[in-house]
Design a protein around this ligand. Structure first.
Ligand code: AMP
Length: 422
């Protein structure tokens, strides 16, 4: 027997309601904020992610699903959304449109990570990007968009964590300060951090190993090293968030795992913070387009993890609207009854009413059992006597009441029922 691969999950019809709830809120809110939907391929050239995510990141070093296809191309299942969206922006000349270009996508992503609660190998993200704008107002808009989505869904007690990690002008000086600080304490660092010190020193601040926490707490802060333009950008971002009445926590330890971030970084945390708990995060990536071969183009965006949001909806016991119930189940006895049931579901479905027709030659009892299992509100039962008389039995499955009606009347009533019920 095969099983779904480790770190992946099936979503069965009984579990789909929170997915629909979250995804429809994402579509609705993105549209409300003026973001257009984009869909990009599930795999891209491996080089795109090596450049776009950064070769010295955990994702590129350990987590990518890379393969060579039958034509010899080096491809990778996307581990995140931004690099592909920026690639599409450049490829389709979207820089010729009025800027910024605001895009969103609901997508699956793949990382070969150690699976645990809230950490999967195939997971899903809502990814929002605003490309071609430097104004910190757009950074603020994205922070508000992520927060409002989570708030609209009914999650409470969230906190918005914000930091600025500077740009090409001031970050090197900060990174030097960081490296010399950690070098002085190198033997106290975990083995991963000793390696990061050489490859990606900013990532040390992100380390979850308890051994490194006291050192991280005392480390130099990027906000103290910002150049004039970065400091101004950060101040204006906080001003716009104030005007939007969004409470944020400036967190000098916040960095992002991806290399291309400049200036703004942010995350939204649920009330109980643990290693795998961040609901979503993002930041500014002014260097990315150029890295991918385009002209220098500012950009900012975030990704939110759908599975994590659903875990939090469950933990906070947020009521989720159920999927619409099935209206009608058409059952039958005999060949003529089966024909009549089949014709009836055509009429109902064409009128927009959800209807399922029984199949096979199960007993009426077994058919009604299935109707109940499907959550049907009504059953239509056709046998020889009904066909002869041009009628059908209409049964209210919740109440168990049954009446005989002319076909047209039954159809008219059920199409009305559906319109009222949904
Ligand atoms: P990142 O692209 O790493 O910034 O991730 C953005 C969001 O995607 C995180 O805040 C999580 O909610 C979600 N996420 C990232 N990695 C995983 C994973 N392996 N499994 C489930 N969700 C994830």
């Amino acid at each position: 027997m095969y099983q779904a691969p480790k770190g992946t999950q099936d979503v069965l019809p009984d579990d789909i309601a929170p997915w629909r709830y979250v995804e429809s809120a994402c579509h609705r809110l993105a549209q409300q904020f003026g973001y257009g939907e984009i869909r990009t391929p599930i795999f891209e050239d491996t080089g795109l992610f090596l450049k776009g995510v950064g070769e010295a990141t955990d994702i590129a070093e350990k987590e990518m699903y890379s393969f060579r296809d039958k034509g010899g191309a080096n491809l990778t299942l996307r581990p995140e959304g931004t690099a592909a969206v920026v690639r599409a922006y450049l490829e389709h000349g979207l820089y010729n449109r009025p800027q910024p270009v605001k895009l969103y996508t609901l997508m699956s992503a793949f990382r070969h990570d150690q699976p645990q609660a809230g950490r999967l190998r195939e997971f899903h993200q809502w990814d929002c990007e605003a490309i071609g704008e430097e104004d910190p107002l757009i950074d603020a808009e994205l922070v508000v968009l992520l927060w409002q989505l989570l708030d609209d869904l009914g999650l409470r007690g969230l906190s918005v964590q914000l930091n600025s990690i500077g740009d090409a002008a001031c970050r090197p000086q900060y990174v030097r300060a960081l490296v010399s600080y950690f070098e002085a304490h190198e033997r106290e660092l975990c083995p991963d951090c000793q390696r990061r010190l050489r490859t990606n020193p900013l990532r040390l601040l992100d380390c979850k190993n308890p051994q490194c926490q006291p050192l991280i707490a005392q480390a130099p802060r990027s906000v103290d090293y910002l150049c004039g333009p970065c400091a101004e950008h950060f101040a204006r971002l906080r001003h716009y968030l104030d005007l939007a009445a969004l409470p944020v926590t400036v967190n000098p330890r916040l960095v992002r795992g991806l290399d291309y971030y400049t200036r703004t970084v942010f995350e939204v945390w649920p009330p109980t913070v643990g290693g795998q708990s961040t609901l979503g995060g993002g930041g500014r990536y002014d260097g990315l387009a150029e890295l991918l071969g385009g002209r220098p183009t500012p950009g900012v965006g975030f990704a939110m993890g759908i599975e994590r949001v659903i875990l939090n909806l469950k933990a906070q016991e947020v009521p989720v609207p159920p999927t619409p119930p099935l209206a009608v189940y058409a059952a039958y006895l005999g060949v003529a009854g089966k024909d009549q049931s089949w014709r009836l579901v055509q009429r109902l479905r064409q009128a927009g009413t959800s209807a399922v027709v029984a199949t096979g030659d199960r007993s009426l009892k077994a058919q009604l059992r299935q109707a109940n299992a499907l959550g049907a509100q009504w059953a239509l039962i056709s046998g020889d006597a009904e066909v002869e008389a041009g009628t059908v039995q209409l049964r209210n499955l919740a109440r168990g009441e049954q009446e005989t009606l002319p076909l047209d009347e039954a159809v008219a009533r059920l199409t009305r029922v559906e319109r009222v019920a949904v």
